[in-house]
Structure formats: C-alpha cells, structure tokens
Design a protein around this ligand. Structure first.
Ligand SMILES: Cc1cc2nc3c(=O)[nH]c(=O)nc-3n(C[C@H](O)[C@H](O)[C@H](O)COP(=O)(O)OP(=O)(O)OC[C@H]3O[C@@H](n4cnc5c(N)ncnc54)[C@H](O)[C@@H]3O)c2cc1C
Ligand SMILES: *[C@@H]1O[C@H](CO)[C@@H](O)[C@H](O)[C@H]1NC(C)=O
Ligand SMILES: *[C@@H]1O[C@H](CO)[C@@H](O)[C@H](O)[C@H]1NC(C)=O
Ligand SMILES: *[C@@H]1O[C@H](CO)[C@@H](O)[C@H](O)[C@H]1NC(C)=O
Ligand SMILES: *[C@@H]1O[C@H](CO)[C@@H](O)[C@H](O)[C@H]1NC(C)=O
Length: 635
C-alpha cells in the first residue's frame, strides 16, 4: 500500500511540470531506457531436457546463466519463482520500500527463546517478537530489493576460506574475478576512490552516487579526526572511512538481471522460466546422480531433465530448503518429515548474518538530511532523477558512506595484548564493526517503509519518535562483522510451499552482543567529533521501549536495546557451507554437493564464514568463479 504514496507523488509531480521538463524526461528515457528489453516470450516452451538447469535467478544464478550460455552448444534453463522488475524498483533512495512489496518473499524468523530472564532474546520490539528476513523474489533475486552497496570483503576473509581447506579460494585466487565482474565508473564525487583496484570491462556497474549530502563529507572527516584514512574500502584491507560504492547506471539500480541477463536475452540457448516454483531436485537414490528438477508454474507441474548438471542458486534460505526437500540434509530431520534420506549432510546449519542496531538516531539543527516529508514536496529532486539521473534520489537507501573499524583496539587493548596473537590474528587485525552512515533516520520515516523492513510496529515508532517526527536527523548503523553465533534453516514440513523454519540465534554467543555495544559507542563517538559540531549532532534523547528500567547510554542499556532492535542487513550466508567434509562441509571447493554427482550450489549459502562487508559482490564473484570451474570440467 505504502508505495502507492510514491506513485501518487510522482503523478503529482509530472502533472505540474512544464512542457520542456517533460520533454527532457522523455529524452532521457529514450537515451537510457530503464526497462526496454523485457524478456520474451512471457511463457516460453519448456523442453524436456537441458544441459544445465539453474534454480534461482539471483546474483549467483544470473552470472551462471550468462557465462554458461557463452558456449553456444550448451542449452541452459534458468528457473525463477519471481517476476520482472518494474520502474519503481529502479529508484535507489526508495530501496527500503521494495521490502514491503511482492518482490520480497516476506519471511520471518521464529521467536527467540522465551524465558523470564530479561537478559536474553532478540528482535523483541519487532511485531510478534519475530525478525523480518527480507529475500528477493524476482528475476534478479535479492539484488532487486537490496541496498546496492558494492563491497568485496577483505583479503583475510578469503585467505581464511583457503586455510580452512578450500583450495582455490584465497584472495589471490579470487581477486581476478572481482576485476572481471566490475564495470567501474569514476565520477567527480569519488572521494577516496582508488581506480586502479577496480575492473572496467565487467557486466556489473559500480560507481559512487552522483549526489552527496553535506553530512557525508562530515562523516568522512570524522573518520580522519579519529585517526582513520579516507580510502577505497574495497581495497584488500577495508579498515577506514569511505563513500559508498553502489551498483548504479545513470542513477538507477543495476540488479543481477540488468547486469547479467538482459544483455544475453537474445541467446538462442538461454531459456528463462519466470513465476516457476521449484519443488524438488530429482536424484537417483542408487547412483546418487542429480537427474533433473520438478517445478510448478501456472497451476501445472513440470519435470525437466538435466543432461550435464543441476545448479542450485536459490539463496541462503531456499537452497538449503530445496536440498532437504530433495533428500539431502540432516538425517534425523529428514526422517521426521518423512523424506527419504539420500545423503546425510549438515545442510542449513552454520547460518550467519550481520546483526545490527538500525535505530541509532542523531538529531541535527539544519535542513541537511533527507526527510520523507521534504522529499514529498521536492519536485526538483524528482525531475533531476527522471530527466538526468542525478540528485538525492540516486543515493541507495540513503546509505552515503561506510566505515570499517576495529573497536577492540580502541577499547580493549589490554585484553588483546594478553591474548595469543597468532591464534587470534584474524580477529585482532581486522575490523570487527562496520558503520553505515545514513542521511536520514526513522524520525523522517513518516510512511513507515524503513520500520516495516524490520517489522517495527507503528506503536513502537510513535513511542520513540513522537516528539521528533519529521525532524532532521541522520543515523549510523553499527554492524557485527564476524558474528560467533550461528543460526539455522530447517524444514517446517515436507511441503515445498511451506516457508522454511528460520532461527536467527542472534547473541547466542554473548560476545556478539558486546561487540555490537562497542559498535554503538563507536558510532556515538563518530557523531561527537568536531566535524559534526557545526550541525549540533545530538543523540536522540529518548529511551527505547523495553529498556526504560536502565540508565540511558550505559552498556547495560545498549545491550538491552540490541536485544529489542536486532536488525538484519539480509546478509545470510553459510547454510550450504563450503568446507572439507569433516568440518561441516555441504559442498567441496568445486561447490559440488558431497556424495551427489552433477549437483552444485552456487550462491551466498556456500560462504564458509561471512565476509568483512556486504554479501552481494562476493556472490557475483562466486558465480564467476563457479562458471569457470564448470566450463573447465565440461569442455
Ligand atoms: C534488504 C536487503 C538489503 C541488502 N543490501 C545489500 C547491499 O546493499 N549490498 C550487498 O552487497 N548486499 C546486500 N544485501 C544482500 C545481497 O543482496 C544478497 O547477499 C545477495 O543478493 C544474495 O544472492 P544469492 O544469489 O545468494 O540469492 P538471491 O539473490 O536471493 O537469489 C535467489 C533466487 O532464487 C529464487 N528462488 C528461491 N526459491 C526458489 C524456488 N523454490 N523456485 C524458484 N526460484 C526460487 C528467489 O526468488 C531468488 O530470485 C541485501 C539484502 C537485503 C534483503
Ligand atoms: C602489552 O604487554 C607488554 C608486555 O607484557 C607491556 O609491556 C605493554 O605495556 C602492554 N601494552 C599495552 C597497550 O597494554
Ligand atoms: C598460540 O597459538 C599457537 C599457534 O596456533 C599455538 O601453537 C600455541 O599453543 C598457542 N599458545 C597458547 C598459550 O595458547
Ligand atoms: C543543540 O542541541 C541541544 C540538544 O538538543 C539543544 O539543547 C541546543 O539548543 C542546540 N543548540 C543549537 C545551537 O542548536
Ligand atoms: C547549529 O548548532 C551549531 C552548534 O551549536 C551552531 O554553530 C549553528 O549555528 C547551528 N545552526 C543553526 C542553523 O542553527
């Protein structure tokens, strides 16, 4: 419903425009058509067999479909449950709105363990005590609803994958794929960017949004004040402060579909079946060879045979679900649901996510932030966006800058000094917190799209922001980069149409909670620098519901707040872990499912440990690398 508000505003804006403005918009759209190349036909004829069948047209699956069809002799079927993007999914600033549309599967987690102990649980302020876990359901997958932030992770992340037994995944091994996938576009707004570390000829546009607020540079200066470099955070060590790099073209969203699928829509050997729900991978129980895929479309059931491989790219929540439905997963669980076990593997375990606290709000005394109310009457911005692809509407979800910081070094140097450096080298030498600087806040979230992402209720909103609705404010979101807690995806039943059971288990390891609290304090420190004094940046002086019994701005208070407002960035990984079989592996370093032939998983779920950044770019990297491995094997 709420996104109708934006359509309404758009129409109003267009209605009052002078003729030459309309002409400019028309011209811009002809020069850079936003969605000219719609896939046809809407319902292609599905043949009985293909060389490769890819399940899921997200970031992983789209890369594969593109690269595998480079060989004209291979016929590839890409099966996707969702539909095409539309005009509204393009608007970067409106990205949060996409989570309240049909482009989101709409999953929620289970409630955290109920106990009388006040010091437990998570997502307690969310409606029904469940966390919202958005996932894209679209041609393009989650990249159609995500925040478009382009972030690779650090050298240490991938070197750790390799030392954990995954040959071919060290930083040196995977780095060429980051260069291969990027089409980096330099612009004047590119403070701190190092052009030399970016690819220029890839499919995926990467750039700095053409517009930035006055506060973005204050945030970067704050970093400098605290002794950090302003730099390109996609360097091998992300530590520092940087403007957000994002997947944008002409100021609009570039999804996996726009980057990788639209350019190949005319390849004869590429078939995309949309609105097609995969129910099972058919595996011969004796030979353990993956034979094909069953799916449901327009009320009909289909079975398609794979002559070479089935490749599962349904994302970190659905790939494990589909494996379990097909007989691959923890034995006891499958038996409980009456599924015959083909291979007993730890599918769905090892779920990792970047937990954060997204309600940290800083009031300012000038009109230097983005508030919904002001945007609603700011026709110039709408016209700038429509006619020229510039202006504040091009800022992805308002996230203007990032910082990667090591809060241990700052606050717990003694402890670190005493610990075993070699053993803890990874943790100690590495950022443990990311800060995302947002040029808006929930105070300005009049329509409610921001709080809807997390499932915070209107009641909660009015309790907190009652006196500050529409007030200028920015936010800094601290994120736990290397959580120690592990969640799980499991089955509710053997019915493929029933949602998977999701357990977040945030703060199961209390160190994660302590880390997040250090992150909050670091964010407050950033906002207290001289850089922000000019705007009198002030922490919202309101206690959050559920934590009134504690003293404001103490560690106990912030711990309580983290349990109340445990927000996700949608960075779920690890549920089909790539690892040696004896260390919890579901797939090997070639991404093949253990014990099964001709079945691979290629998406974010294979990451053995979550990376120091956002998960989309690494998922494209995984898709590119997997494509080369598959080509090598079958050529
Ligand atoms: C709100 C939000 C914001 C985010 N912001 C960022 C960001 O700014 N930067 C960043 O790097 N990362 C971000 N992420 C995370 C990032 O987008 C994901 O990590 C990445 O897109 C995962 O890609 P994937 O290929 O693993 O899965 P997906 O892109 O989720 O693709 C899986 C596809 O499989 C389809 N599918 C699932 N089940 C079935 C079935 N049974 N039958 C047929 N098809 C099926 C789905 O519809 C989907 O299209 C964000 C995530 C969310 C939710
Ligand atoms: C670290 O330990 C050494 C030797 O134990 C000591 O001399 C030094 O002061 C310590 N440094 C810090 C920052 O605590
Ligand atoms: C420190 O780490 C090294 C290397 O992992 C290990 O061999 C050693 O036993 C550790 N020492 C202590 C005191 O834990
Ligand atoms: C700065 O913020 C504080 C706290 O909100 C307020 O009391 C003060 O009047 C503000 N000062 C200016 C100059 O805006
Ligand atoms: C905001 O507050 C700062 C610091 O108190 C002050 O210097 C500045 O003039 C104020 N700005 C406005 C617009 O009131």
């Amino acid at each position: 419903m709420r996104h109708l508000l934006f359509i309404y505003l758009l129409h109003t804006a267009v209605a009052i425009m002078p003729f030459n403005t309309l002409a400019n918009i028309y011209k811009y759209y002809h020069m850079y058509p936003p969605f000219p190349e719609v896939f046809g036909p809407e319902d292609p004829i599905i043949e009985s067999s293909y060389d490769f069948i890819i399940i899921g047209a997200g970031s992983g699956g789209s890369v594969l479909a593109n690269r595998l069809t480079e060989n004209p002799n291979w016929r590839v079927l890409l099966i996707e449950a969702g539909k095409e993007e539309i005009f509204l999914t393009d608007w970067p600033l409106l990205a949060p709105v996409m989570s309240i549309t049909g482009y989101n599967w709409g999953y929620k987690t289970e409630k955290s363990d109920e106990s009388d102990n006040k010091n437990s649980g998570y997502c307690l302020s969310m409606i029904d005590g469940r966390c919202n876990w958005p996932r894209g359901k679209a041609v393009g997958g989650t990249s159609v609803i995500n925040f478009m932030i382009h972030s690779r992770g650090s050298k240490l992340d991938f070197d750790r994958w390799a030392t954990d037994g995954n040959d071919g995944w060290s930083y040196d091994d995977i780095y060429p794929y980051f260069l291969k996938l990027e089409k980096f576009i330099v612009n004047k707004n590119a403070r701190g960017v190092d052009e030399n570390i970016h690819g220029k000829d890839g499919y995926l546009d990467v750039t700095i949004p053409p517009w930035s607020s006055k506060l973005r540079d204050k945030f970067l200066e704050a970093g400098e004040e605290l002794g950090y470099d302003i730099k390109d955070c996609n360097d091998y060590d992300p530590t520092g402060f940087c403007p957000t790099q994002a997947n944008l073209r002409h100021g609009r969203r570039v999804s996996a579909s726009k980057a990788y699928l639209r350019p190949i829509r005319n390849r004869k050997n590429f078939i995309l079946s949309k609105r097609s729900f995969v129910t099972k991978i058919i595996i011969d129980p004796i030979s353990k060879i993956a034979r094909g895929v069953s799916f449901h479309k327009n009320g009909k059931d289909y079975y398609v045979e794979a002559l070479k491989e089935v490749i599962l790219s349904a994302g970190s929540l659905n790939s494990p679900q589909i494996l379990m439905l097909s007989g691959i997963g923890p034995r006891e669980q499958l038996i409980r649901h009456g599924i015959s076990v083909i291979e007993d593997l730890p599918v769905g375990l090892n779920l990792q996510d970047h937990v954060s606290m997204a309600a940290l709000t800083f009031l300012v005394n000038d009109s230097v932030t983005i508030t919904e109310r002001r945007m609603a009457t700011d026709f110039k911005s709408t016209i700038d966006y429509l006619a020229r692809g510039i202006g504040p509407l091009t800022v992805p979800a308002g996230a203007e800058a990032l910082a990667f910081v090591n809060t241990r070094k700052i606050t717990e140097s003694n402890e670190i000094n005493n610990s075993n450096f070699t053993m803890n080298q990874f943790e100690n030498n590495h950022p443990d917190i990311e800060l995302v600087f947002g040029i808006g806040s929930m105070a300005g979230d009049v329509s409610g799209s921001l709080r809807s992402i997390f499932g915070l209720s209107d009641d909660w909103y009015y309790k907190v922001f009652n006196h500050y609705i529409g007030h200028d404010a920015f936010s800094i979101v601290p994120i736990v980069l290397h959580p120690k807690s592990r969640g799980q995806v499991s089955l509710k039943s053997a019915n493929p149409f029933e949602w998977p059971r999701l357990n977040a288990n945030y703060f199961d390891d209390e160190e994660d909670l302590n880390t997040l609290v250090r992150g909050i304090k670091q964010a407050i420190e950033v906002a207290s620098t001289n850089a922000f004094k000019r705007y009198n940046a002030t922490l919202l002086p309101v206690k959050f519901p559920g934590c009134h019994h504690l003293v404001f701005d103490t560690d106990e208070y912030w711990s309580c707040v983290c349990r109340q407002i445990s927000s996700t960035l949608g960075h779920f990984v690890g549920t089909c872990k790539m690892a040696p079989k004896n260390s919890g592996g579901v797939v090997d370093s070639k991404l093949k499912v253990y014990g099964i032939e001709r079945l691979r998983v290629v998406d974010a779920s294979i990451m053995p440990s979550i990376i120091t950044g956002h998960t989309n770019a690494p998922t494209y990297m995984i898709g590119e690398k997997a494509s080369d491995m598959i080509k090598e094997e079958w050529n």
